[in-house]
Design a protein around this ligand. Structure first.
Ligand SMILES: *[C@@H]1O[C@H](CO)[C@@H](O)[C@H](O)[C@H]1NC(C)=O
Ligand SMILES: *[C@@H]1O[C@H](CO)[C@@H](O)[C@H](O)[C@H]1NC(C)=O
Ligand SMILES: *[C@@H]1O[C@H](CO)[C@@H](O)[C@H](O)[C@H]1NC(C)=O
Length: 829
């Protein structure tokens, strides 16, 4: 439930608060109303049911409206009590409210605006009764030189205050009656075109003008007033001015007065324009000022235009021109050209070659000493003891040329040139201009070998192609890498392309290589001439002797090593083989190869010998100490007969076998004389001269020894007769008559061979002749002698047997003391 008191409050709110502002009522009252008063103006929209309240009227200003306006309580009309004057107050702002007795506002406030409608009851007034004005000659027609001022009290904007000016009279009316024109609405007085020409012809005046002002606009009726204008004509002082010369950087207080202009007419306003815009100003009196320092280099000249204007900003006449010239001061040093990249000059350039031109600019006035620049070369300085300088400078133009002193590739030279103004006079300003000159290389150096004569190089014939023979080094004194590139070639000595060159571009090292097989037979030596050239074309004198190098290559002969038909050799020999027993032949694998010489290297036992030429290996002596089953290894060396350093060695393995009973195979025999038994002092001559006699030198002696058979050594004795012969005799007193083959080892130098000497041992008569022929002796026996022989033989056999048995008995007795030696003897029998 809503409380009852809140409900009441809600209903009473609109009554308690004033109503929203009501629309303003607008009422117009004619000024100076001539009818009856009070004049009812308008009925106020008062609420009828609230009539018991009191109507309150109030103004918005201090104006007491109480007696001027009122509200008729009965009719609710607003009324005015007397005539209103618009010029006194043009508008009244009223407020009407209906209030209860306790002051509570019952209705309103209702704003009411009361406007007083104007009546033309005011007369226009000139601001002055007499105007005095000076008119300068040269004033353009139509440009007002005087503004007449008039006022009218009536309401502005209505015809009642709409004023019109006009000239009523001009005195004198010379030379024309209408010298002037007056702009009717504005009251602007100006010369008429005609009057302008008249004024220029001769100095006239003064003139007196009667002017009128009238309200109500262009209507014929209206209030009017008059005034007098006295126009005095003055000579024009608006004359051209001399140029003003102003020093730049002038140290004076600013603004600084530089000139004066004057417009002799009245009401002038000066206006200044600078072309180009500059720090200039003009004041109300026509004084021209510069407001700050000038800089000739920024702007050397200004053209000022000063205008004389009326209040409306219209020019009375043409603007006055004033030239301002800024005077130069030497406040700018010569300016060097911006430092560019280094200038490249090829070395060897002739003197006088233009290098560059250092043109220093001076911002000061052209053609004046302030901008007259001369040049001096500061660096490089003239060096002591040198003739001339590397650079020459033209002091007036700043051109730099090459001097007499030559330049060298790779030099970086800093050129410093002093540029001075005032023509180099004392007190001139200066700058140092710099430019770098880089001396570029020219390919004027030919490459050269560091050594032109190389030590001879020895190469074996079998050197493989691709082998490095020699490395040559060449240098080039030029700097530019492109000029240091070299080409190499074999100029002479290699017609068939056996050799070649290989090099890394830019390295300066060239490798001489073998490309083909060498041949000692074809060419035992090569003299190679290697030449080096610059890849880039050469400037100046050509290559010198250093451009060639000679390499001598000596070819070493290579002979094949001797080659034998077997890798190793083996032979077997019975341990009882006599000296001179043939074992085997060592021979070359290719019978047509170069002749060889054989020798034994380490035959420490001395058992063997080898024939130097044929390679036959024999036993040199009895193999004393060798045991069956053993082996004996020696090295055999085979040398090239013509080139002893070429040799090869091979092993020879001897296998020892059990002693063989078979005698050695037949060998060379000597003729057979006979020896007698029992022994007499005869012997047999053995000659050493044999099949090898022709190979020896014939002077070295032969030596003789009995073969290794022990029986033979017991039974026989051999002794040397002279260098080539020996004497073989019986060693025992008795030797069984028989035919014997006695082995004799003959040795001479390293050679050794065996002879089998055939000897017949027989019984002899007193004369030393054989009594009984044995074997297949030659000669046919007679029947008688045969019987004799048979009987003799039987007899002899009997005696022989007795002797043998006696001997055996004696031998058996001996065997008890000495066993051994007799066994082989018994076996032999
Ligand atoms: C060069 O010699 C090698 C070895 O002696 C041989 O194998 C090769 O065939 C030879 N080349 C020429 C082109 O004679
Ligand atoms: C000889 O030399 C060979 C190889 O060095 C060796 O095998 C052999 O035993 C040597 N012979 C002697 C008798 O020294
Ligand atoms: C050596 O002696 C033999 C036999 O007496 C003889 O024939 C030969 O001429 C002798 N030789 C020399 C060189 O004396």
């Amino acid at each position: 439930m809503v409380p009852a008191w809140l409900w009441l409050l809600c209903l009473s709110v609109p009554q308690a608060l004033p109503k929203a502002q009501a629309a303003e009522l607008h009422v117009e009252v004619p000024e100076n109303y001539g009818g009856n008063f009070p004049l009812y103006l308008t009925k106020l929209p008062l609420p009828r049911e609230k009539a018991e309240g009191q109507v309150v009227l109030s103004g918005n200003s201090n104006t007491a409206v109480g007696d001027l306006f009122a509200v008729d309580p009965d009719s609710g009309f607003l009324l005015v009590t007397r005539a209103l004057d618009r010029e006194e107050q043009a508008e009244y702002q009223l407020q009407v409210t209906l209030e209860a007795e306790d002051g509570q506002v019952l209705w309103g406030p209702q704003p009411v605006r009361v406007h007083v409608r104007d009546e033309n009851d005011q007369v226009p007034h000139f601001s002055q009764a007499v105007y005095r004005v000076q008119l300068s000659q040269g004033t353009r027609p139509g440009v007002p030189f005087l503004f007449l001022e008039a006022s009218d009290g009536d309401e502005p904007g209505t015809a009642n205050s709409d004023l019109r000016f006009r000239i009523l009279n001009q005195a004198p009316a010379q030379p024309f009656p209408d010298m002037f024109q007056l702009e009717p609405r504005l009251g602007a007085l100006a010369l008429s075109p005609k009057g302008s020409t008249g004024l220029d012809q001769a100095l006239e005046g003064p003139y007196q003008l009667l002017v009128q002002v009238k309200d109500m606009g262009d209507q014929a009726s209206g209030h009017q007033a008059t005034a007098t204008v006295d126009v005095s004509i003055v000579e024009s002082t608006w004359v051209p001015q001399d140029p003003v010369h102003l020093a730049e950087n002038l140290k004076v207080p600013y603004p600084h007065h530089i000139s004066q202009v004057h417009w002799s007419g009245g009401d002038v306003h000066y206006h200044l324009e600078s072309q180009p815009p500059g720090p200039f100003d003009v004041d109300a009196e026509g004084k021209v000022y510069v407001t700050r320092e000038l800089d000739r280099e920024a702007q050397a000249e200004y053209l000022l235009q000063v205008r004389a204007q009326n209040a409306r900003g219209e020019d009375y006449t043409e603007p006055l021109e004033l030239q301002v010239v800024v005077m130069d001061e030497n406040d700018n040093a010569p300016l060097c050209p911006p430092r560019g990249p280094p200038i490249s000059m090829p070395e060897l350039s002739p003197p006088g070659t233009k290098v560059t031109r250092l043109l220093a600019e001076d911002m000061d006035a052209p053609g004046s000493p302030n901008s007259h620049v001369v040049y001096r070369l500061l660096s490089p300085e003239l060096e002591e003891g040198t003739e001339g300088r590397a650079f020459e400078l033209d002091s007036t133009s700043g051109s730099v040329m090459l001097g007499a002193l030559p330049l060298h590739a790779g030099q970086h030279i800093l050129l410093q040139v002093l540029a001075v103004d005032l023509g180099g006079a004392e007190g001139g300003l200066s700058s140092t201009c710099e430019v770098t000159v880089t001396v570029t290389d020219v390919n004027d150096h030919a490459p050269e070998f560091t050594t032109s004569q190389i030590e001879p190089v020895s190469l074996p014939e079998d050197t493989e192609p691709g082998t490095l023979v020699a490395t040559l080094t060449a240098t080039d004194a030029d700097l530019e890498p492109a000029f240091r590139l070299m080409d190499f070639a074999i100029e002479a000595g290699d017609t068939d392309g056996t050799f070649g060159l290989d090099w890394e571009p830019g390295s300066g090292h060239v490798q001489l290589q073998l490309l083909k097989n060498l041949s000692y037979e074809a060419a035992p030596s090569h003299e190679l001439v290697v030449v080096v050239r610059s890849v880039a074309p050469l400037v100046g004198p050509g290559a010198g002797p250093g451009a060639t190098a000679t390499v001598t290559v000596l070819v070493e002969r290579v002979l094949p090593l001797p080659k034998l038909d077997q890798e190793s050799y083996e032979a077997s020999v019975p341990v009882n083989s006599p000296a001179g027993s043939f074992l085997l032949t060592i021979q070359p694998s290719d019978p047509t190869s170069r002749p060889l010489r054989f020798s034994l290297v380490n035959d420490s036992e001395g058992w063997l010998c080898i024939r130097e030429v044929s390679g036959e290996v024999l036993t040199a002596r009895r193999l004393q100490g060798a045991r069956p089953g053993d082996t004996y290894t020696v090295l055999v060396e085979a040398q090239d007969a013509g080139e002893p350093t070429l040799s090869t060695s091979v092993t020879l393995v001897i296998h020892f076998l059990k002693a063989s009973s078979a005698p050695a195979p037949t060998l060379a025999l000597v003729p057979t004389p006979h020896l007698c038994t029992p022994r007499n002092n005869h012997g047999v001559i053995v000659s050493g001269l044999g099949e090898d006699a022709d190979l020896g030198d014939g002077h070295s002696p032969y030596s003789f020894a009995l073969g290794p058979n022990p029986t033979m050594q017991r039974d026989w004795r051999i002794q040397a007769l002279n260098g080539s012969h020996a004497y073989l005799t019986l060693a025992l007193h008795w030797v069984e008559p028989s035919e014997y083959s006695v082995p004799v080892i003959v040795s001479r130098n390293t050679q050794m061979w065996q002879l089998l000497v055939r000897v017949i041992v027989c019984r002899c008569n007193k004369e030393g002749q054989c009594l009984l022929k044995v074997g297949r002796m030659k000669g046919m026996p007679t029947k008688l002698s045969a019987v004799g022989i048979l009987v003799g033989t039987l007899l002899a056999i009997g005696i022989f047997l007795i002797l043998i048995f006696t001997h055996l008995t004696l031998a058996r007795k001996k065997d008890l003391d000495q066993p051994g030696d007799s066994v082989p003897l018994k076996a032999a029998v």
